[in-house]
Structure formats: C-alpha cells, structure tokens
Write a protein that binds this ligand. Sequence first.
Ligand code: PLP
Length: 358
Amino acid sequence: MNHAGRTVILLSSNDYLGLSTHPQVIQAAIEATERYGTGSGASRLVSGTLPPHAALENALAKFKGAEASLVFGAGYLANIGVIPNLIGQGDLIFADRLCHASLIDGCRLSQADFRVFRHADCAHLEALLRRRAGNRRTLIITEGLFSMDGDVAPLAELVGLAERYDAMVYVDDAHGTGIMGATGRGTIERFGLERRIPFHMGTLSKALGSYGAYVVGPNEFVQYLLNKARSFIFTTAIPPAIAAAASAAITIVEREPDRRDRLWANRQYLFDGLRNQGFRLTPTVSPILPVLIGDAAQASAFADRLLAHGVYAPAIRPPTVPDGTSRIRFTVTAEHTTDQLDEALQAVMLAGRETGLL
Ligand SMILES: *Cc1c(COP(=O)(O)O)cnc(C)c1O
C-alpha cells in the first residue's frame, strides 16, 4: 500500500481474501452503478430496495443455508438493531468479555440486565447461568472469530449450555465470514453447528471486501426484524454498487477456494516467523496474529518503528482492547507474497530490537 508517498507492506487489513480489489467484484460494482446510480435514494422500506439488495439477500441466505437474510447498513447497525429485538427489560444477557463495542451498545439499548463472562470461559458462564433467578429470558452473546485476539469462541460448548439452560445464542461472525469453515461459510460451519444456531450476523466489510452487514435466520425472524429493527428501518439503504460487490464476493468465496488455501498458508508462514523470533502471540487460530505488548506507549513505539522499516500495522490500545493488553494486531491476507512476508518479518525483528521487545 501507499503511505505518505512511500510503498509499505500493509499488515492490518481485514480484506483477508483480497476481494475488495478482485476484478469481478469491481466490475459488479461498476455495472450496478451504471445501471442504478450511486445512491439508493431512500430507506429500504420506502423505495431504497433495488434489485441488487434483493439479489444480495437471496445470495446470503443460500450461502448460509438459511431461510432468509436481511442486510443492514453496517455491522454496528445490525447489532444495535437485532439485540433489542431478541431481549428486553427484565431479561438477562451474558456476553463474552471481549465482545465488540457494537454488541455492547446493542445490549445497552435492549435495557436487559447485562453481565460479562470471562473470555471463552464456559465454566464461568455456567456458574452465572446457574445463579440466574427464576426462568428469566436469557441471551448469550459471543463473537465467532474474535476480532482483536484471533481465537474462536467455544461455540459447541456455548450452544450446549444454551440448550441446557434454555437460553438463546447470538453470534457475531464479522471476521469469520468468508474464511472460516471448509467452504468459508464462517465459524459456525467450522464447528458444524448450522442446525443448532438458528440465526446469526456477520459483516460484508471484512473478507467480503464490501460494506454493510447481514442477519440470517428463519423467515419469520427476518420478517420480524424487517418490521421492527429501528437501525434497519430508519436509515438509507446501502448503495447498489456495494450490494452488487458483496454478491460478487460471495460467488468468488464459493468459486475460488484457492484464495482460502493461500490465506491459510500465508497465515502459517507469518505465525511461524513471529513465533520463531520470540514474540508472544495470543492463542490465535486465524489470520489475525496479535503480538501482545501490554503497555500502550511501548506498543505505539513498536508500531512507529515498524512503519519506519516499511510495515504498516498500527498499535491497538484501550479502549479497543482491555487495559494492559495493548498489541500489534497483524493480519495477513491471501494476496501477500512470500517475499513480502519475509520483508515484513525482517522489519518486525528490527523494530522489536529497537524497542527492547526482543
Ligand atoms: C467490524 C465489526 C463490527 C462492525 O461492523 P461494521 O460493518 O464495521 O460496522 C461488528 N462486530 C465485530 C466483531 C466486528 O469486528
């Protein structure tokens, strides 16, 4: 990428499959713009639903093996729109401590009582479920693939607990969509839990290289959201080009599995390189490879030195991550070449030495 007039290696993009620059995705966006214009002109329920929106919702439902899907303007909007329609005042939410801010805001809007359980800790969650008074309506919230740590939720155990304690589960698979599972359908596919997790959300803005988000689930549930979710109703529909690009990206996820193969090969290459240099990584199982530093100032200094050596990967600090866990969140994509990764590893080593991390 170009940064301040200089070519640097980008190691912080969520465009994991390189689809935002795929010729067919770009072509789909151009054609939709030429045909329908740049803007959708209104909210979805007024006159903003154009053929690319309907086509995208069909493609998403088919891709996910769900009855129906609903596209939101962004992942943030999906989460604050869906959660208050699942749960409300007097009800109970248990959310993983590392859940994204949009999930937390959705919980706040719902007015349900809200507790966090320790990250990926099912024993803690079970203790909380057991202590629950009466049979209050309960929602368990987790990310599928965690955005800042690169690990996956213990989804099978979470679903088991939900079934045993009569709770619902809401999964945000923003980062898993397109890359996790044998065919890229996401973290739920990775665990084979499609039938036990009736609905979930994900975004179009990471591996799908576009913008916006979706919820998939039973027809009745999607119809309910369409009529109730305020962040769906009271906002302009995404531009037709964006919808068409996302549809094209789904086709490519299915048609070009070699992109995922390249992604995972690159992921292993960078992971091994970082670990061999002696960096402390989170227990990641994905192309998200966070090097834990701890102190925010030291993380920033490391990022500055990385940039000086030609690698763009900014420090992630509180409040995006908990205090004392500042980090460089490296991400790798299918598009990186081995030469680029070698060059990047060299830069990481130099920056690590210069900042006293190695
Ligand atoms: C990126 C992200 C979102 C927000 O999606 P946007 O489309 O960027 O608003 C929500 N949840 C998680 C876990 C994310 O990583």
